[in-house]
Design a protein around this ligand. Structure first.
Ligand SMILES: Cc1cc2nc3c(=O)[nH]c(=O)nc-3n(C[C@H](O)[C@H](O)[C@H](O)COP(=O)(O)OP(=O)(O)OC[C@H]3O[C@@H](n4cnc5c(N)ncnc54)[C@H](O)[C@@H]3O)c2cc1C
Length: 451
């Protein structure tokens, strides 16, 4: 079911596999998986170590393995079963969320949790236990995965669910691909009657106003805010709060069109500077001319606005980008976010994409899952030697001081001390790690060497 647009297995003919941030760059042998029965052989025959990967939409090194063997799964992407009455879908792990939507939307079903891009595989979504704009209503992705199969390098094939191999189930959800290869999984979809979203966009100035809107619209399923992290003074922490619910008025359920625009080349470094980013932020703020807009829009621009331009990461040039993404508990959410925003504006290393949302209190099922109740904040920085990494280090330390954690799926900079403070359960998790599998991320943050 792969489309040229998203199939990274085409790239597997070469010797490189990039993560979305294009930093760091590592070489690994590529051995694409096509059939489930290629496992466990592919794991056992990989010299050194192996790692299953999806569409490489993680930003840092969680989907990289320097000098090892990557097993891209996008050609192992068959839909295995679908129950139209309950919305329970069973598919191979390389199927992408885009492909699931193409199949499910015309039948009146939708993803229970959607990240900011639909070019993510089912296996990748489970392995990072991804979250969407509806965390308070739906928790994270793993909460909608009742079962999956995990193949380990010892040759065992384990069905994992809350009742069967429950420990491996919990370790694999958010387990960053380290516990084995997920061959297939079940996903509980949710019913819809239209492609449309009842949308409201509300401008705000400052975190107090953000929280007031959040409270007033607590009944709305999807909420997310764009935040200007360049402006200071009166415009400090201004933004646009975006809210949406699936429309209850029956409408068209046709599949989506493929994206037509692509960022053609690596942009030269000078294109991204404080002035251009500041102008972009001001334009975005005023794109919504009125302070409060109420409308209906298609789900594509609501959920996946960035997918409209394929390869937009090239805009950051050859050096790439890093993302800083934290979750802070409610007690420190407001104070910590303001302190870090000030640190970011002070650094002058402005970012286009600053996203602020909230996580609810339904616990994730994964042992290493990222969400915790409170604020979630994410922003991208261009890689500028000597500037970006010291800032990331300071922001990581501040996240630790405020009792929060960083998201491994987006990380390229966490120090071992930071990771081990954010995820104190990491050593218990390590007991479930497959000895033939590792990642550059895991080696970086734990110092663990190869077998
Ligand atoms: C524009 C953009 C917006 C995003 N928005 C969000 C968001 O809103 N919320 C969010 O949570 N994330 C978001 N992400 C991150 C993305 O959802 C995750 O990084 C996701 O895990 C990527 O999936 P992938 O298929 O590309 O997997 P990869 O990035 O290739 O791999 C991710 C992890 O999954 C493991 N893995 C992949 N397949 C398997 C398998 N079959 N078995 C075992 N392990 C496997 C890999 O080893 C790796 O550890 C966003 C990314 C981008 C580029």
């Amino acid at each position: 079911m792969a489309s040229v647009e998203e199939d990274r297995s085409a790239e597997s003919k070469g010797s490189s596999f990039e993560s979305w941030g294009r930093y760091p760059v590592y070489n690994a042998a590529l051995k694409p998986l096509h059939w489930q029965d290629e496992l466990p052989g592919a794991l056992q025959s990989a010299p050194g170590a192996a790692l299953a990967v999806g569409l490489g939409r993680s930003y840092g090194d969680v989907c990289l393995l320097d000098g090892g063997t990557l097993l891209p799964t996008t050609a192992m992407n068959r839909l295995l079963a679908f129950d139209q009455a309950t919305g329970l879908l069973t598919a191979e792990s390389g199927l992408s969320l885009a492909q699931i939507l193409d199949f499910a939307v015309p039948r009146g079903w939708f993803l229970p949790v959607s990240p900011g891009t639909k070019y993510v595989t089912l296996g990748g979504a489970i392995a990072n236990d991804i979250h969407g704009k509806n965390h308070e209503a739906a928790a994270s992705f793993g909460n909608h995965v009742p079962a999956f199969e995990l193949v380990r390098s010892d040759g065992s094939r384990r069905i994992c669910s809350p009742t069967e191999n429950p420990d491996l189930y919990a370790a694999t959800i958010g387990g960053m691909g380290l516990t084995g290869v997920i061959t297939w999984a079940q996903l509980r979809l949710k019913p819809i009657v239209s492609r449309l979203i009842d949308y409201e966009g509300i401008q705000f100035h400052g975190i107090d106003e953000f929280l007031a809107i959040k409270k007033q619209y607590a009944h709305v399923e999807y909420t997310v805010a764009w935040l200007d992290c360049v402006s200071t003074g009166r415009n400090f922490a201004r933004g646009v709060f975006m809210l949406g619910d699936h429309s209850k008025q029956p409408g068209e359920l046709k599949p989506s069109r493929k994206p037509r625009l692509a960022f053609p080349i690596d942009a030269p470094g000078f294109l991204l500077n404080k002035l251009s980013i500041s102008a972009f932020n001001t334009l975005f703020f005023h794109k919504q001319l009125k302070p409060h807009v109420v409308t209906r829009q298609d789900y594509e621009p609501f959920f996946y606005p960035l997918d409209a331009v394929a390869h937009w990461n090239r805009m950051y040039g050859k050096r790439g980008l890093v993302q800083f993404q934290f979750a802070l508990p409610w007690e420190t959410s407001q104070e910590g976010t303001i302190a870090m925003l000030k640190e970011i504006t002070k650094s002058g290393l402005a970012s286009f994409l600053a996203v602020l949302k909230t996580f609810g209190d339904v616990p994730s099922l994964g042992m290493m899952s990222f969400p915790l109740p409170g604020f979630m904040f994410a922003l991208d920085f261009p890689v500028k030697p000597g500037v970006t990494f010291p800032l990331m280090q300071r922001l990581g330390d501040m996240t630790r001081e405020y009792g929060g954690r960083l998201y491994s799926a987006k990380d390229a900079c966490m120090t071992p001390a930071q990771f081990q403070a954010f995820y104190p359960q990491w050593q218990s998790f390590a007991r479930y790690k497959d000895p033939a599998i590792t990642s550059s991320f895991w080696e970086r943050v734990t110092g663990e060497g190869r077998r």
